[in-house]
Design a protein around this ligand. Sequence first.
Ligand SMILES: *Cc1c(COP(=O)(O)O)cnc(C)c1O
Length: 366
Amino acid sequence: MTHPFLDLAPLSAARFASVEDRVARLLDTRQDVVIMQGEALLPLEGAIRGTAGPDTTALNVITGPYGRTFGDWLRDCGATVIDLAVPFHTAVTAEQIRAAFAEHPEIGFVSLVHAEAATGNTNPVAEIGEVVKEHGALFYLDAVASVGAEPVLPDAWGVDLCVIGAQKAMGGPAGVSAVSVSERAWARMAANPKAPRRSYLSLLDWKERWVDGGRTALPHAPAQLEMLALEACVERIEADGLETVMARHASAAAATRAGAVALGAGLEPYVHEAREAAPVATTLRAPAGVVASELVARALTGDPALPLAAGGGALAKEMIRVNHYGADATPGAVRSSLTALGAALAERGLTADLPGALRAAESAWR
Ligand SMILES: *Cc1c(COP(=O)(O)O)cnc(C)c1O
């Protein structure tokens, strides 16, 4: 008997190229889209190592843990890095980017995370893109946590390197990812003697061996299962409609936020302004005296499959994450999450208004 995962026909170059084209349509981009055969950290690192070098001055915006990682890679490439860190309860503003350029006109590279699932904020990329364009810097964007949850428009926003992954709001696989690359970014890589070549991190290899050859022969065996899963995931988004999928995430975020506020018991949205809160995931601040990771552990005892997590690292004490993305961008997942948090708070002896929270969540769902 043939096995559904194992006995597959080879994935053709044409099929691979067609998945790239569908991803390009999802991003409304005319740039080259390269699907990378690994989790999103692969194109995130490959794009930085391909474009940054000792002659690069980079403005690295830190609104969560990924920004720190990008700064480390940039430094490792020999770049001069100007870190712009903003508190995790807020977003960076275009004015802050403008001020950074005014102070350091030599900035030639800007790295930014669009939405941070880890901290729950989202940054105004369209406005920031205007500023970056005025100064002619190369614009690198991590849109892993935003794609599928809110608009991601590399061409309209002047993004030169836009990295996405399917495992969050797209509801797809984690083992493949994609990056759209502008002509400028390709030129920068070609001129960069330190850009990875003949390496798994190399975007240039894909350009030379795949894109420039008209995408007729794959450079190596593709991650077939993940490619099929990515194709199915994009197909599902196309069938539902991207607008509908994004609206579901926006509603889940609005409902979770409203529900948490109504729950009371000292629980608060971690990101102060709703417009700076990411549609992909909602972060909450644990009540004073309550350790977030302990509260989450309690909330998960009834149903370990709920999309609840504590913040990573030092944030584990104070941050609760409701990961209402992909299959969990539903009223049911929001309700169950609020119910479990309400019960865990009540166990701690705190007064939580669960009926009020569920009403607030329902009316906030648009
Ligand atoms: C989730 C995410 C990634 C990918 O990292 P994983 O932890 O492997 O899923 C990259 N960037 C951002 C901003 C993310 O939220």
